[in-house]
Write a protein that binds this ligand. Structure first.
Ligand code: DNO
Length: 356
């Protein structure tokens, strides 16, 4: 594996690259052109300057998270073919610059959903939290407003104000899209981009739905092992792979993440490894990365990745906000840097133990 850190780019991220470069054992960053809306084509020159920014601090550009997929593609509008062309042009620009990993999601309207962006824990740290009862009591447009208010002034990934302003219109788009149609639209999209991915060696890594069940009545198709394997079979090309996000899959305690990692051997191209604390069905809060702080056995996840020969980028995910840091919820420096050190430690120990 290669240890990486998500970075939103100069002007968007509170954490400068020069700090990220000081995290021990870091190979590179996972980043994006954060000002690009879904459907826009990325210019090669901007990708090159992103790469140069990273190289200045000795960091590789290990992948893009995300090249977002336009709702016309997800909902299957006739205009989807134009948007797919634009997506392909972006993949070509990335491929020309040697970028070979793209994370994306296929969630309608919203990306990840949380009911609280700063739930206070007894030690004074704050975390992202989810409570289905709170979500059920909120209309989707109020949800978007409350996420905006809780973001501390940062633009949150997946909750772009430009899109959220059109939320009713977006919901309308999906009125007749059930899970089967959404899945078919995903397969249509992947079939269309696979030749470009093969030409440039770009590995697509779909991010699971978060949480791993339908919210606000919108369909979800990437919720666990069965749906992931179905997708791998439907587009049976190694360039069609997965972002193994333990926090998203693990939102459903019924998901056997270790089993899923093993079942997806060879198709896990990227890993987000984080911990959650389950409180009740449909109710959880995020935790520090250590097993002891949450509900997950983090060692078991890392061991399964190790045993299946995982060699892609891995990153800690959503940290707690600690030490009075002012940062985008989940994306401060401190707790994620602790996460990097911990996950690197587990990997070193697993490697040494397995070599005897
Ligand atoms: C949340 C992230 C997601 C993820 C996208 C991938 O913090 O894990 O926003 O980047 O779903 O497209």
């Amino acid at each position: 594996m290669r240890m990486t850190f998500r970075w939103f780019g100069t002007g968007f991220d509170s954490v400068p690259l020069r700090y990220i470069a000081q995290i021990p054992g870091l190979h590179g960053v996972i980043t994006t052109l954060y000002d690009k809306q879904a459907g826009e084509t990325w210019e090669r020159s901007r990708i090159r300057s992103l790469k140069d920014d990273c190289a200045e601090y000795g960091l590789a550009l290990d992948g893009i998270e995300s090249v977002n997929v336009h709702d016309a593609i997800k909902s299957g509008l006739p205009s989807r073919d134009e948007y797919i062309e634009a997506y392909i042009a972006t993949l070509e620009a990335l491929g020309e610059e040697g970028v070979d990993l793209v994370c994306y999601n296929f969630m309608p309207v919203f990306d990840w959903t949380r009911s609280d962006l700063a739930k206070r824990r007894p030690d004074g740290s704050t975390v992202l939290a989810y409570d289905q009862a709170v979500i059920d009591s909120l209309a989707p447009d109020l949800m978007a407003e409350s996420v905006g208010r809780g973001s501390g002034g940062f633009a949150l990934p997946g909750w772009e104000p430009e899109r959220m302003a059109r939320i009713r219109e977006l919901f309308e788009l999906y009125r007749d899209v059930d899970a089967e149609r959404l899945f078919a639209n995903l397969v249509y999209f992947l079939d269309a981009i696979m030749p470009t991915c093969r030409r440039y060696g770009i590995r697509m890594a779909i991010h699971p739905d978060d949480p791993a069940w339908p919210v606000f009545g919108l369909p979800r198709v990437v919720t666990g092992e069965e749906s992931l394997l179905r997708l791998m079979r439907a587009v049976d090309d190694p360039h069609n792979g997965v972002t193994l996000c333990t926090g998203s899959l693990g939102s459903n305690p019924g998901n056997d993440i270790v089993g899923t990692i093993r079942a997806l051997e060879g198709r896990v191209h990227f890993a987000h490894v984080r911990n959650l604390r389950h409180e009740a069905p449909g109710k959880f809060e995020e935790a520090a990365h250590l097993s002891a702080d949450g509900s997950f056995d983090m060692y078991a996840f890392m061991k399964a990745l190790y045993d299946t020969g995982f060699s892609g980028p891995i990153r800690p995910d959503h940290g707690r906000t600690i030490w009075d840091e002012r940062a985008m919820p989940g994306y401060g420096l401190y707790d994620r840097a602790l996460g990097c050190a911990y996950l690197s430690g587990l990997w070193e120990a697993i490697g040494k133990a397995s070599r005897g």
